[in-house]
Design a binder for this molecule. Structure first.
Ligand SMILES: NC(=O)c1ccc[n+]([C@@H]2O[C@H](COP(=O)([O-])OP(=O)(O)OC[C@H]3O[C@@H](n4cnc5c(N)ncnc54)[C@H](O)[C@@H]3O)[C@@H](O)[C@H]2O)c1
Length: 445
């Protein structure tokens, strides 16, 4: 494995493309992490063209959420078109394109020449001069690379969560946030609770003092499990890991990052920023043999003045589900419930002080509405740092559990060398050997 500079990377990709290296599953070519290491504006300096009132969107990652996000933005915004698409699996991208076209007609204007497969397909979408906004919805491990490339090319970005799964990715996101702010391009993230009135109104009342001083929180993401995709015949290790990405930490970040970042983001929101340190625990007994995921992780995030916000996450079959958030105050208690369940606030005598229903579907559309409107009115929303911090809180909790050590925010963000992305991702190719982190053996790094 070798590290390549960006220029070497581009030359390499072109050479591989010329050699026609395509696997049985339609994947192709190579990716180094150069795009993540070098955040450059030079590659594609076209002026963002959103002022023409139609926002032209490239969709990168055409699975469940990518297709859902495209549908959400087309539903929420009259003035958007999907004009290019990429997925490592070209056939999957075409199926997604056809389904979106059946639903939204000519607003999905993606000819076969503008739909790309392979690991470098994302770059081909970003290189298209007429793409204003990219939606990034691949496996999360690639997100910092894709964000860096898109922001470097002055594209507006909608990035699904989590936005990073390690410290190296976190730092890229922080740099991308600053660059987007300085050049005036949007980055909105897929943390839809931030656009759900039940959360917005509930947290507003908490801030206004309805429950007194916030003394702590509980947040839970406890569900029965998650998908596992069996290896298909002929897949190389790398193809298989990307296909079954949930189970490999460099790609998903484990449940605490991939799913529970929503709840951890609520902790970040209520507490107004990241914690000082994390103490965590967890278990691993039920996953398929080659999965790197743990079955459960619980983490106490400690904030200033010793206030503890506890997160509990688990994938346990046939167990009770719980995905709510509870905020404890000196005068009352607020339930910020998941999905559509809404918010209720009580005083300590049990009197209801506030109640509002939730509507998750509307929040999924609202985030795309606000993203596009902010581009149109030239007041781009840039919120990557906030979601990078929430994603990094999840990483911090995970690493504290894996190692059994207390992880501080300062260490994890300033000193840690945690960088999970393989130096070179080749399709077909080798992948990092899966392993389960064991506390006592595994250390913070
Ligand atoms: N905001 C939410 O509530 C929400 C809900 C579901 C998923 N998500 C997020 O959306 C992302 C995608 O999840 P999903 O459920 O759609 O997964 P998915 O497996 O259905 O889709 C991911 C797609 O990305 C493609 N892909 C993977 N790596 C790629 C790469 N390097 N380049 C191009 N394509 C690549 C895969 O082939 C697949 O089609 C994840 O980050 C997930 O956490 C968010």
């Amino acid at each position: 494995m070798h590290e390549h500079s960006r220029r070497e990377f581009l030359a390499l990709t072109a050479a591989v493309g010329a050699a026609g290296l395509v696997t049985p599953h339609g994947f192709g070519s190579e990716l180094s992490r150069a795009g993540r290491d070098e955040l450059t504006q030079a590659a594609n300096p076209q002026v963002v063209s959103a002022g023409n009132q139609v926002v032209r969107i490239g969709l990168i990652g055409c699975g469940g959420r990518g297709s859902g996000a495209a549908n959400d933005t087309l539903t929420a915004n009259k003035n958007v078109r999907i004009v290019a698409m990429a997925d490592i699996d070209l056939a999957k991208a075409k199926v997604a394109r056809d389904a979106l076209k059946a639903e939204h007609g000519e607003r999905v204007d993606v000819t076969d020449e503008r739909i790309f497969g392979g690991i470098d397909g994302y770059q081909k979408v970003i290189d298209l001069k007429d793409v204003d906004l990219v939606i990034l919805a691949t496996a999360p491990g690639f997100r910092p690379i894709h964000i860096a490339a898109a922001v470097g090319a002055k594209k507006h970005v909608f990035a699904e969560k989590p936005v990073c799964v390690d410290t190296a990715g976190y730092r890229v996101c922080c740099a991308a946030h600053d660059l987007a702010k300085s050049q005036g391009t949007a980055i909105v993230t897929g943390t839809q609770y931030r656009r759900q009135p039940s959360f917005i109104e509930g947290i507003k009342r908490i801030r206004e003092g309805m429950i007194g001083e916030v003394v702590g929180m509980t947040a839970r993401y406890c569900s029965n499990g998650i998908w596992y995709r069996e290896r298909l015949p002929g897949m190389s290790d790398m193809e298989y890991q990307i296909y079954n990405w949930m189970h490999f930490i460099w790609l998903s970040g484990d449940q605490i990052a991939e799913q529970a970042v929503h709840n951890i983001d609520v902790i970040h929101w209520v507490m107004g920023g990241p914690p000082v340190r994390a103490f965590a625990s967890g278990s691993r007994w039920n996953r398929p043999a080659d999965s790197e995921m743990w079955d459960s992780i619980s983490c106490d995030f400690e904030f200033a003045n010793g206030r503890i916000c506890s997160f509990t996450g688990r994938h346990w079959p046939n167990a009770d589900n719980q995905l709510d958030n509870v905020v404890y105050g000196s005068r009352g208690i607020a339930y910020l419930r998941a999905f559509d369940a809404g918010t209720q606030i009580f005083d300590h005598a049990g009197n209801e002080l506030f109640s509002i229903k939730g509507n998750l579907g509307a929040a999924y559309r609202q985030e795309h509405k606000e993203c596009v409107e902010s581009i149109i009115v030239k007041k781009p929303i840039v919120e990557l740092r906030q979601t990078a911090e929430s994603s990094m809180m999840a990483v911090m909790g995970r690493e504290a559990a894996y190692s059994g050590q207390i992880a501080t925010w300062d260490f994890m963000t300033k000193q840690s060398k945690l960088d999970l992305m393989p130096k070179l991702v080749t399709i077909p190719g080798d992948a990092p050997a899966p392993f389960v982190r064991k506390p006592g053996e595994y250390r913070l790094q």
